[in-house]
Design a binder for this molecule. Structure first.
Ligand code: ASP
Length: 314
């Protein structure tokens, strides 16, 4: 451990074909502002001595409420023209976890995952059972209109009569972009946490489940190693159990966080064509944000250092 107690936060807003040419200066600016805003929300929680769990939850709520990202309000349309959202949160202190999949009309799926973590004997709830649990725990619901964004609708219209599904923010010309949001944090007590939330992929099969809510695939935290939140083509992240694999490479093979995450993102996934990236922080406040796509909306802030907000390879 470093001498001074320190804390750290990292977040993402999705990865994919995000190039300088594909974003207007206005859009570039809007994304950076939204990333900075979410970063400040989580950083303040940590700075005031709050837990890493509270910090990742608050960060992801901020991203879910922003229509630019494919989670909560900005969720993509599935094959039936509806929004089905997935989310997970994990506490590295005790391996506590809460996850939900296929939920509809829940304003903030990450808050529902958090309720499952804190108030259920179970880890993973789906669809109506998860929604009933949300109602019983007083969570906010929103009508379908709340989740409507013209851009996502147009993306879906382009695909709806096909068997193609598409990763978020994509246009036909720009093929793939992913839009999940997530955050990882280390708090002053030395506890790690991770949270991830998504609308999945445009025109995804009804009831398809991605990597995001699967503990060990898209989301994982363990105080012995690291906290990880992934974004990308979920099927590859599930098959490679990406988040847990990185933790295991650290725990059993002694790799550093940057070595372990680079090995998985730049070699294992890349060799299989598994596009995407992740944000990670370890027990020592080291941050890694590797991606094998052209860009990834991301930000990080380690106490005592300057905040970082980035989109492309920069
Ligand atoms: N990983 C997410 C999924 O497969 C998609 C994304 O990251 O945008 O559902």
């Amino acid at each position: 451990m470093k001498n001074e107690p320190c804390f750290a936060l990292a977040l993402h807003g999705g990865a994919g074909t995000i190039t300088r040419a594909s974003l207007t200066p206005e859009m570039d600016n809007a994304y950076r502002q939204a990333l900075q805003q979410a970063l400040s929300v989580g950083y303040q929680v940590l700075q005031q001595g709050g837990t890493s769990l509270a910090a990742v939850e608050a960060t992801v709520v901020s991203l879910e409420d922003c229509p630019l990202f494919n989670a909560g309000r900005g969720s993509v349309f599935n094959k039936r023209g509806t929004h089905e959202m997935d989310a997970a949160i994990m506490d590295g202190k005790n391996l506590g976890a809460g996850a939900v999949t296929g939920v509809r009309n829940v304003r903030n799926p990450i808050l529902l995952a958090s309720q499952v973590l804190h108030h259920s004997d179970h880890v993973f709830l789906c669809q109506q059972g998860a929604e009933e649990f949300a109602r019983n725990h007083g969570l906010s619901f929103e009508p379908d209109d709340y989740f409507f964004t013209q851009q996502r609708y147009d993306q879906w219209q382009a695909l709806r009569d096909s068997d193609t599904y598409m990763l978020d923010h994509s246009s036909e010309a720009m093929d793939k972009k992913f839009g999940t949001v997530g955050a990882v944090a280390l708090d002053l007590q030395g506890n790690l946490a991770a949270a991830t939330s998504t609308g999945g992929m445009t025109n995804k099969n009804y009831n398809r489940i991605g990597d995001t809510p699967i503990i060990g695939a898209g989301t994982y935290a363990n105080n012995r190693t690291c906290a990880i939140s992934c974004t990308g083509h979920g099927e590859y992240f599930m098959r490679n159990v990406v988040a847990y694999d990185i933790s295991c490479l650290m725990e059993y093979k002694g790799l550093s966080l940057s070595e372990a995450s680079a090995l998985v993102v730049h070699h294992k996934l890349k060799e299989q064509g598994g596009e995407g990236g992740l944000v990670a922080v370890d027990f020592n406040a080291e941050v890694a944000m590797p991606f094998n796509s052209e860009g990834m909306y991301r930000a990080s802030w380690v106490s005592g250092q300057e905040p970082v907000v980035a989109i492309y390879e920069e």
